[in-house]
Design a protein around this ligand. Structure first.
Ligand code: PLP
Length: 557
């Protein structure tokens, strides 16, 4: 080789220092890498010698090509492993190693469009942001379906929407592990809706970027793969497996792919992939991971990640951050910390939530440091001598049990609600409420043990008209937005923590005495219940007056 062309090319002292500084920054930032689902633990150094060659996996991995500097053989072995993990029918499944989850989703929806050109795509509010863009690229008609607050696609909404559009074949993009909450869309439920509505032509693409490498390794996963009737699936390679170069796989039914394959003379093979030139190193990395860590290794790693996630939940709930996760997910959702904390720990946020993802490089020590940082930014002393039960349970809230009420701000909605429920002996299990006089709106969201009865009582007693669960133009999602805008700010910034007796009526009495003293409440949230006591965070326009009023019951201000 003409290596003398390169021998005279050296970096200047400045450039060398620049690289050195960058290296040090990366070394330190990887120690605070909790918010994104990318495993930082891998060692591909035995593969470094392949960096010397212009390897390229252009074309179909299963076919021979004129471009021989490729790793197609390794790529096919990797695909076979993913076929096993996803219960794909052997011999009738096709796929390739992509640049990441997004390309896999693009391919899956592209294939769906080629098969069902008049198809209508359904995807949820919690679907990955790439789906919107892909639908625009493909010029596909689509309808966004509501999600439950816990992140799963709302199947009632899907059913209603499908019913209206029965003339168009549906293409459902189901998320297997949503980006923010780790929720898995109910694929069996989606299939049941197709059956009920007698829809025979349909396509399901599964976006399993992270979940596709979790669910094969947990006990009793929900239906998510080819045996659940999906038509294609995308999984990221750089997420759970870990790779210094982003990558992923897409798998699809071979019979479908054959319908759209195009032969290209220039490369002497079929042009079946979205990218032309394709990364040949990433299939080698994935192959290496499966031949070193192996399936057995992942069977140990994933439960260990879930243990760290549970540790994080316990520690975060010690400091009242309402942490929870899905049973099969390493994504821990909790109350959004202050920006200095989210920045330092690279935490992704959405509205009032943040999440951390217990990837293999995340240890209890990282969690302890994060918790210490959250406390330093917003000191909340542990509540004394109380057995703490989170208001938001560790398993996801059952959204059907929440009641959302929207009223005009001057009506004292919360006081009326709590009095009405207390009069009938119903106890409130979880609560968030906020009022914005400027916007003329008050939102109350609560959970009670007997939702039907509570709705009955509220509809009889309140003049507010709009309860979630009834025909409602002000949806749960909008209510959540208002709550996050109002309640989060006020609860986190200047809330007083007040102790209550845990019995029906305690809240109603508190609110009544506030009204008696003309103390205006901006937001209130039930943080904890346990051992006959409850703790609410109250934010008010007149904290001094509230403090005087509730002196003995203030835990922390
Ligand atoms: C991360 C993610 C993607 C995108 O994957 P990339 O590999 O980053 O392209 C798509 N969908 C979901 C649910 C994800 O979490």
């Amino acid at each position: 080789m003409r290596s003398q062309w390169l021998s005279a090319c050296e970096l200047s002292e400045n450039d060398l220092q620049r690289l050195e500084r960058f290296y040090e920054d990366i070394q330190s930032d990887v120690e605070q890498f909790l918010g994104y689902p990318c495993n930082a633990i891998f060692d591909y150094s035995p593969l470094f010698r392949f960096f010397q060659y212009p390897l390229n996996n252009v074309g179909d991995p299963y076919l021979s090509s004129n471009f021989r500097l490729n790793t197609h053989a390794f790529e096919c072995e990797v695909l076979e492993i993913f076929q096993t993990l996803t219960d794909a029918p052997k011999g009738s499944t096709w796929g390739y190693v992509t640049n990441g989850g997004t390309e896999g989703n693009h391919y899956g929806l592209f294939l769906a469009r080629e098969l069902l050109p008049e198809g209508l795509v359904y995807y949820s509010q919690d679907a990955h942001y790439s789906i919107d863009k892909i639908l625009r690229c493909l010029n596909l008609r689509s309808i966004m379906i509501r999600s439950y607050p816990d992140g799963r696609m709302d199947l009632d909404d899907l059913r209603e929407t499908l019913r209206i559009h029965r003339d168009l074949p549906p293409i459902v993009c189901a998320t297997v592990g949503t980006t923010m909450k780790g929720a898995v869309d109910d694929i069996a439920g989606i299939q049941a809706i197709f059956r009920d509505l007698a829809i025979h032509r349909h396509y399901i693409h599964a976006d399993a970027a992270l979940g596709g490498m979790l669910l094969p390794f947990v006990d009793n996963p929900p239906p998510w793969n080819f045996s659940a009737g999906i038509d294609s699936i995308a999984i990221s390679g750089h997420k759970m497996i870990g790779s210094p170069i982003p990558c992923g796989v897409v798998l699809a039914k071979k019979s479908n792919v054959d319908l759209i394959a195009q032969s290209v003379e220039y490369i002497g093979t079929l042009d079946t992939t979205l990218s032309g030139s394709r990364n040949a190193l990433t299939p080698l990395f994935l192959w290496y991971a499966f031949h070193t860590v192996g399936i057995e290794g992942f069977k140990r790693i994933i439960p260990a990640c879930l243990e760290v996630a549970d540790y994080a939940i316990a520690q975060l709930n010690q400091i009242h951050r309402n942490a929870w996760r899905y049973p099969h997910s390493n994504t821990v959702v909790f109350d959004r910390p202050l920006p200095e904390v989210t920045r330092r720990w690279q935490l992704a946020c959405q509205g009032k939530f943040s999440h951390l993802i217990a990837m293999p490089h995340v240890t209890p020590t990282h969690i302890d440091r994060l918790v210490a940082d959250i406390l330093a930014a917003e000191p909340i002393a542990p509540l004394p001598a109380m057995e703490i039960v989170p208001a938001c349970e560790i398993v996801p809230s059952i959204p059907e049990q929440d009641i959302t009420l929207v009223g005009t701000a001057n009506k004292n909605l919360l006081a009326e609600v709590s009095a009405a429920l207390a009069a009938e002996g119903l106890s409130i299990e979880a609560l968030a409420a906020a009022a914005a006089e400027s916007e003329g709106i008050e939102v109350v969201k609560l959970r009670v043990d007997d939702r039907e009865r509570a709705l009955q009582i509220l509809n009889q007693n309140l003049d507010i008209g709009r309860c979630y669960g009834q025909a409602s133009s002000f949806g749960d999602r909008e209510a959540d937005l208002v709550l996050s805008k109002l309640a989060y700010q006020s609860v986190s910034e200047d809330a007083l923590l007040v102790q209550l007796e845990d019995r029906p009526g305690a809240l109603a009495e508190l609110l009544k005495s506030c009204r008696g003293e003309a103390v205006t409440i901006r937001s209130i949230r039930l943080l904890w219940r346990g051992k006959g006591k409850g703790v609410v965070a109250i934010s008010t326009t007149s904290p001094a007056a509230l403090k005087t009023l509730l002196e003995d019951r203030i835990l922390l201000s």
